[in-house]
Design a protein around this ligand. Structure first.
Ligand SMILES: [Zn+2]
Length: 282
């Protein structure tokens, strides 16, 4: 599932490619993947690219906003002089576009194209005006992102959920925005905290370390480019995961811990597969 670092990778990648391009035509191949009137976007330029949590926001020259949610399997693929593909890593990255899972695409006046692919159709693009954006139920309840949160605010938030497991609390976007399953596990490992411990049981120092860990692991993922086409196909042509580069625990169950040499284990916390090291986390 594309998480915040992947969406930020998309934002940065697309910013260089689609900014100020004029939309000539929009093709909607799946009704539920596009909410709004195509007339609101045709003839408009893409003026600005933003992101709130895992939502990608594109402002048009008529001041309307296109909000894209990638959810489980969304991808954005640009084809022009160069190709850029990011989001859920699957065959769509290398397929001819529009592909089997293309739901919506935009033709620009200069002959380039932007494709929204989404195998499982949980994602969508919604066109909203300023008021619609301000009133959007998802954006409204979104908490600040880790790097916008002060140590005391994070600590205060944990104190409001004393009896809940840490992982469940940091996965809730209304508590802290953008932390998905991968970064919750990696952040807990960084802080040396077992993910099922209760928030009320944490020391202040552990809370600070957890917030720092979430910032560090998410920033490292953004810097490495998240799951983009570039690192999805290895130099030898085989498919690889960007996770191989930096994951300490996520999907490493049964493997040796890189820090202590113990074995990474897997369990379920908050209904999600959860990876940890007994030797490094308490
Ligand atoms: Zn360890």
């Amino acid at each position: 599932m594309p998480e915040l670092p992947e969406v930020e990778t998309i934002r940065r990648g697309l910013e260089k490619l689609i900014l100020h391009k004029k939309i000539k035509n929009v093709v909607i191949l799946c009704e539920k993947s596009f909410r709004g009137d195509p007339k609101w976007v045709v003839g408009q330029k893409m003026d600005r690219l933003d992101r709130r949590g895992k939502a990608l926001l594109i402002q048009l020259s008529n001041k309307m906003w296109m909000m894209a949610h990638l959810r489980m399997t969304g991808q954005m693929i640009f084809e022009g002089g160069e190709k850029f593909a990011a989001g859920h890593p699957d065959g769509g990255f290398t397929e001819k576009m529009p592909g089997r899972h293309t739901r919506v695409y935009f033709d620009f006046e200069d002959g380039t194209h932007l494709y929204f692919n989404d195998q499982r159709k949980f994602g969508f693009i919604a066109v909203l005006d300023e008021l619609g954006l301000a009133e959007d139920s998802f954006l409204k309840k979104l908490a600040p992102e880790p790097w916008d949160m002060k140590s005391e605010d994070f600590w205060g938030m944990l104190q409001r959920h004393k009896s809940a497991p840490i992982k469940a609390v940091i996965l809730d976007q209304s508590n802290i925005a953008g932390v998905g399953n991968i970064y919750a596990d990696e952040g807990c490992f960084y802080a040396g905290i077992l993910p099922w411990r209760r928030c009320g049981d944490l020391e202040r120092e552990e809370s600070d370390l957890l917030l720092k860990g979430l910032c560090e692991v998410m920033q490292a993922a953004i810097d490495s480019g998240g799951s983009t086409m570039k690192d999805y196909v290895r130099a030898d042509g085989t498919k690889g995961s960007y996770l191989e580069k930096f994951a300490q625990v996520f999907r490493r169950d049964g493997l040796e811990c890189r820090r202590c040499g113990g074995m990474i284990e897997k369990t379920r916390v908050a209904g999600r597969g959860t990876h940890y090291c007994r030797g490094c986390q308490k």
